[in-house]
Design a protein around this ligand. Structure first.
Ligand SMILES: Nc1ncnc2c1ncn2[C@@H]1O[C@H](COP(=O)(O)OP(=O)(O)O)[C@@H](O)[C@H]1O
Ligand SMILES: [Mg+2]
Length: 461
């Protein structure tokens, strides 16, 4: 991992998604019927062809999975009557597709009249199917379909990070739902409440899990530490928001091209504008001058044109002009509150000042209670009343240090541990802004987002 300084200075590491599709496609076979096995083995021999090669045969689902990993294959061809398929087949198909090094696609060979399996397998991520027994026409479909689907999987990985491929039905549900651009600023007037954690994970939900063009801005004027939570996000010292503001203040107009040249790609479609390297930059011209508010407004105007979703991570001082600019211009401001009375007191006192001095209306502000547990003796109702803001989402306290681990590893929790309750609540938050996430999240590996009660209610009607 190297020292923090190394990580800051290193060039952005190519994300694992950038590996090109293979020229020679390796295949592992998990079939039952001898005729099919021998037809394929002959077809995929090096004497016969050089573009697609059979490298392993397996007799059970587990063997097939192990062989696929061990031989670094690109494709498995399997039949659902393979021993062990009933128990773990669908999970392993998903796992292969999401393999961290490169996608491994599944092609199903189905006995005739097995229409249900075709659907089930394709929902789990299988690329396509042909029917058994394998005759000339079926073999031709396989040989023609495999390179096409491998390429498609690589292209999909390149744009969608680790997202499981959406089956057609889910893709249609997702496409039918309405949503609109949102610029979401994440703020709290107290340090260490989880602003950066929430901002990073929200941006990953939009840009990686949902594959939306997303820009994450590090606007913390105390110190821009956001990049540490995103593995491989290097870049040189100069490429920061401070440098961009300096160029703008010298008369260079902010254009999409200029801003784009400052963005560092992360996984999927998420790009990041890095923050200031140390607090002295945050206290220097042009960031502290009155024109910084205008710069912030202009920056948000430009990134809004470039991305479907914009997430802004902020520092705590509401007096800093860059923070003020973001508070003033974002569509939504999430106040990340720790479940402590000092935290709610600060939020209360700042909200009053913002309204009085800056005429910033609280209508766009939403409350996120982060790190909450029932036994904290925190007055939730009192806080809600004092602030005049309802709770939007409550993120539980992380009891197993998964949050700290994810930050230290630079692996955003929602991407690497979607089954955690903290991840689930972050996804609930994301789904407020992008409702298709409700559908995408369960395919991605997280537990369903809709509360059980509403599911029951829907079933009754
Ligand atoms: N849900 C949570 N449960 C427990 N600890 C959390 C949670 N969210 C954040 N933290 C802790 O809070 C620390 C500060 O988070 P960070 O996002 O850097 O805060 P901020 O940006 O507001 O200063 C993290 O290092 C992490 O240890
Ligand atoms: Mg922070």
């Amino acid at each position: 991992m190297g020292s923090l300084k190394d990580r800051f200075q290193s060039k952005a590491a190519p994300s694992p998604t950038e590996r090109p599709a293979p020229e020679i496609i390796k295949v592992a076979i998990g079939l039952r019927h001898w005729g099919d096995i021998s037809t394929l083995s002959v077809e995929l021999r090096p004497e016969k062809r050089t573009d697609i090669l059979g490298v392993a045969n397996a007799a059970t689902m587990m063997e097939l999975y192990d062989a696929a990993i061990q031989h670094d294959v690109d494709v498995v061809i399997l039949t659902p009557d393979l021993p062990g398929f009933e128990q773990s087949g669908l999970d392993l198909v998903r796992k292969l597709y999401q393999h961290p090094d490169h996608p491994i696609i599944t092609v199903a060979l189905l006995p005739p009249g097995c229409g249900d399996w075709a659907r089930t397998l394709e929902q789990a991520g299988a690329a396509f199917h042909v029917t058994s027994p394998l005759r000339e026409a079926e073999v031709a479909r396989l040989i023609e379909g495999i390179p096409r689907e491998v390429l498609r999987a690589y292209q999909h990985r390149g744009t969608a990070g680790t997202l499981a491929r959406l089956d057609q039905e889910t893709a249609q549900i997702v496409a039918a739902q309405a949503w609109e651009h949102r610029t979401v600023a994440v703020w709290s007037p107290k340090g260490g409440t989880g602003k950066t954690f929430v901002a990073v994970n929200l941006a990953c939900l939009f840009g990686v899990v949902c594959n939306l063009d997303t820009i994450l801005l590090d606007v913390d004027m105390d110190t821009g530490d956001l990049f540490i939570s995103l593995d491989g996000l290097g870049g040189d010292f100069g490429h920061t928001i401070h440098e961009l503001a300096t160029r703008w203040s010298k008369g260079e107009p902010l254009t999409t091209k200029l801003v784009e040249s400052y963005l560092i790609p992360y996984q999927g479609r998420l790009k990041v504008l890095r923050g200031i390297f140390d607090s002295t930059e945050g206290g220097m011209a042009p960031l502290v001058e009155a024109e910084a508010i205008a710069f912030m407004g202009e920056l948000l105007r430009i990134v809004r044109q470039m991305a479907s979703m914009v997430v802004v991570d902020m520092g705590l001082s509401a007096a800093h002009p860059m923070h003020l600019g973001a508070l003033d211009r974002a569509d939504v401001v999430l106040i990340v509150l720790a479940p402590t009375h000092p935290s709610s007191f600060r939020a209360w006192s700042h909200m009053g000042a913002l309204q009085r001095e800056m005429e910033i209306s609280p209508a766009r502000f939403k409350l996120i209670l982060n790190g909450y547990a029932d036994n904290m003796e925190f007055d939730r109702q009192g806080t809600i009343q004092e602030l005049g803001l309802p709770e939007f989402v409550v993120i539980p306290q992380d009891v197993e240090n998964e949050v700290v681990r994810s930050i230290n590893r630079g692996q955003p929790l929602v991407l690497y541990e979607p089954h955690r309750e903290v991840s689930r609540q972050l996804a609930v938050l994301g789904a407020h802004f992008y409702p298709p996430l409700n559908t995408i999240w369960s395919q991605y590996g997280g537990r369903g987002l809709l509360p059980k009660r509403s599911l029951l209610r829907r079933r009754k009607h």
